[in-house]
Design a binder for this molecule. Structure first.
Ligand SMILES: C[S@@+](CC[C@H](N)C(=O)[O-])C[C@H]1O[C@@H](n2cnc3c(N)ncnc32)[C@H](O)[C@@H]1O
Length: 416
């Protein structure tokens, strides 16, 4: 037993050494990119055409060390990937790791959060699990001073370089540490964005398997004057601590994340739609009545649905639900709302692919959008079967859903 323990311990020690060396390599590779030679290569690779990459790499390897060219090429590719989150201007000046770009908060969401902190009067934030600095940058740009903590050495090096590259080094202090060992007293607020992916297990759904676990993040939040914890939007409402105010955020219709706020208004549920930051706050309304499908169907934004605020939208448009289990709202009048997309319904019929095909042909439809809620049908398959080729030029949306429990198709057009 003792011998076994000894061997395991020795193996563990060796594994730790190997990991430390790998970390050192990653930091060294990255530091080389910050040298004049690395910067010159990154300049050459700015806006390079990926189709010409092979020829370009071959030429560069004749003139520069191969490892430096590989590191610069990898960084240039990461910058291209980062454009979707950070926009072309910042992405072309910032630095990334593969995990960092994947896990970073996109600028639109980070700016909204930073503005929320600012509106709460927060002037300093301990950003626990800062990654490459997606949130720290937005906080600093809002004039908030940030202690940015991450335990990964290469990630810290990148976060530091980003603060420098964006002229924010005076406001962002990057510290390499385990967040569970950092003293956050003295900060107006803490922000925790735990790692929700692991190399071995991929995406992590259990909040207690986040790094650090959600229960640790909640206890850190409760110790601070104010706090925000970023979590997956699918969190069950029962798992939300009673002290928290929960916000679901979507950007251009895609739900991005949920945030638990502490030190604000406990028990509140809200949905924020970006761009433009329109926020719908819950009023604790009961479930809307079910009613027959009317002239309009409203499809609430995903953040509204996740925040359980469909009743608030139904009230806003004077509508009811098409089915007690389905989050489509229906009404006879058109009411403008920022929180749902409106469709004018032309047909309601039982689910039947042949009938749908006949209708699409008769109406000379050429663009078919398939939406579904409460249906197991694959939209792509339905599109292939119901409209194997364009029948004309009209655009139609078909909702595959349930009405009073029955599989139903609703045809309509988006109201602009
Ligand atoms: C989701 S990312 C943060 C992304 C960041 N908010 C951004 O926008 O760039 C999570 C980070 O937490 C770090 N991390 C995980 N557990 C940690 C711990 N116990 N202490 C410090 N950092 C940790 C990981 O290294 C990773 O960089």
């Amino acid at each position: 037993m003792q011998l076994k323990g000894l061997i395991t311990g020795r193996h563990r020690g060796r594994a730790r050494t190997v990991l430390r060396l790998a970390h050192n390599d990653a930091v060294n590779d990255f530091s080389a990119l910050l040298s004049p030679a690395g910067q010159a290569l990154l300049d050459v690779l700015r806006d390079h055409d990926p189709a010409q990459e092979l020829a370009l790499a071959t030429r560069l390897r004749r003139e520069h060390p191969a490892e430096l060219v590989s590191a610069a090429l990898a960084q240039a590719r990461l910058r291209q990937r980062a454009v979707a989150k950070f926009g072309p201007e910042d992405a072309s000046r910032m630095y990334f790791t593969a995990h960092g770009v994947e896990q970073a908060t996109r600028t639109s969401v980070a700016v909204h959060r930073a503005e929320s902190f600012e509106a709460l009067g927060v002037r300093s934030v301990a950003d626990l699990c800062c990654g490459i600095g997606g949130d720290a940058i937005a906080l600093a740009r809002a004039g908030i001073s940030v202690l940015a903590v991450d335990r990964d050495p290469a990630t810290c090096a990148v976060a530091r370089a980003n603060a420098e590259a964006l002229g924010l080094a005076g406001l962002i202090d990057v510290r390499e540490a385990d967040v569970t060992e950092v003293d956050t007293s003295g900060y107006d607020a803490v922000f925790v964005d735990p790692a929700r992916r692991s190399d071995k297990r991929g995406r992590i759904f259990d909040p207690e398997a986040y790094s650090p676990p959600l229960s640790w993040a909640v206890s850190a939040a409760l110790r601070a004057p104010r706090a925000a914890l970023k979590i997956a939007p699918g969190i069950p409402h029962e798992a939300i601590p009673e002290q928290a105010d929960a916000e679901w955020i979507s950007d251009s219709g895609d739900v991005k994340e949920a945030v638990l706020w502490f030190g604000t208004q406990p028990g509140t549920r809200r949905a924020t739609l970006l761009p433009g930051a329109r926020t719908l706050a819950g009023r604790g309304l009961p479930d809307p009545e079910v009613r027959p499908v009317g002239r309009y169907v409203y499809e609430p934004d995903g953040a509204v649905i996740r925040a359980h605020l469909v009743a608030e939208v139904a009230e806003e448009v004077g509508g009811g639900l098409i089915d007690e289990t389905i989050a489509y709202v229906t009404g006879d009048e058109l009411h403008a709302t920022a929180y749902a997309a409106a469709y004018e319904i032309t047909d309601q019929l039982p689910f039947n692919v042949k009938k749908l095909k006949a209708l699409l042909r008769e109406r000379e439809v050429g663009v078919l959008t398939v939406k579904k809620r409460g249906s197991a049908v694959e939209p792509e398959e339905l599109r292939r079967k119901a409209m194997p080729k364009p029948f004309g030029k009209r655009a139609v949306t078909v909702f595959l859903t349930r009405v009073a429990g029955a599989p139903t198709m609703l045809l309509g057009q988006a109201v602009r």
